[in-house]
Write a protein that binds this ligand. Sequence first.
Ligand SMILES: NC(=O)c1ccc[n+]([C@@H]2O[C@H](COP(=O)([O-])OP(=O)(O)OC[C@H]3O[C@@H](n4cnc5c(N)ncnc54)[C@H](OP(=O)(O)O)[C@@H]3O)[C@@H](O)[C@H]2O)c1
Length: 262
Amino acid sequence: MTEQPQPSAPSAPRYVVVTGGATGIGRATALDFARQGATGVIVTGRRKDKLDEVAALHPALVPVCADVSTQEGADAVAEAVEAWGGTVDVLVHNAGVHTIGAVGSIDPEAARELFAINVLGTIILTNRLLPALTAPGGSIVFVTSPAGHNPTPMASVYAASKAAVDTFTRSWALELAPRGIRVNAVAPGWVRTEVYESHGMTTEQVDELFQQAATSVPMGVTGVPEDVSRWITLLAAPGSAWMTGQILTMDGGADLVRARQV
Ligand SMILES: NC(=O)c1ccc[n+]([C@@H]2O[C@H](COP(=O)([O-])OP(=O)(O)OC[C@H]3O[C@@H](n4cnc5c(N)ncnc54)[C@H](OP(=O)(O)O)[C@@H]3O)[C@@H](O)[C@H]2O)c1
């Protein structure tokens, strides 16, 4: 059922772009911004059916079918931004894919595609939208991973892509601070989303993986998308105006345990 728009808090972000906003963490983030009173939240992705599904949930959600790894995708997002007056208060780089592969047998094509989405995609869209980003007061939030600073075996390509994103977070924060634009990131641990099924695992395999994963988490539980989205909206909120260049890990303490094992 479509939710009713709420009156905006005077300082809440009004115009938001969430890449990969039709599913998982992106979807929860887009809904959080909309429920907090954003006027418009563009959600992007490649699957139109998924975008239409999420857009039906709240009138502030604007679906834009766009591949983040392409200039055409960025142009399509910019066109939708133009339609609401050419302003973006918050840009959330959430779209991402995962791949596994042992050193020596990494599939170069899969690696190329992953870097095109997880890394180059954030450059292409930022290039296109930066002139529209509110300055001062605008904010970029990346969705990275603890793997970016604490890599696991068999996922080196994914970890390297998130390490690149971690570097963008700090480097762009420095570059954009004089314009009053902040750049931060969230690094979630195990979150049950469709990313696992999209990479060929059955639901039973994912259930088993998450049961196993929970035993490695000090808090004893894995996460849900809302455990992450609430931090994304908080990082973007005007009340966080002094916070930039930071990468917040939320994972029930798992990263601390892995760091001690190294
Ligand atoms: N779930 C976890 O345990 C976990 C942990 C740490 C970090 N993360 C990060 O969290 C982010 C969101 O992942 P998720 O777990 O919520 O998984 P998800 O539900 O699979 O979300 C990924 C989204 O990215 C979109 N996407 C992928 N490639 C795209 C492209 N080329 N252009 C536009 N959109 C694209 C997908 O939509 P389409 O396929 O329709 O394009 C999908 O909606 C990712 O960056 C991931 O690396 C997840």
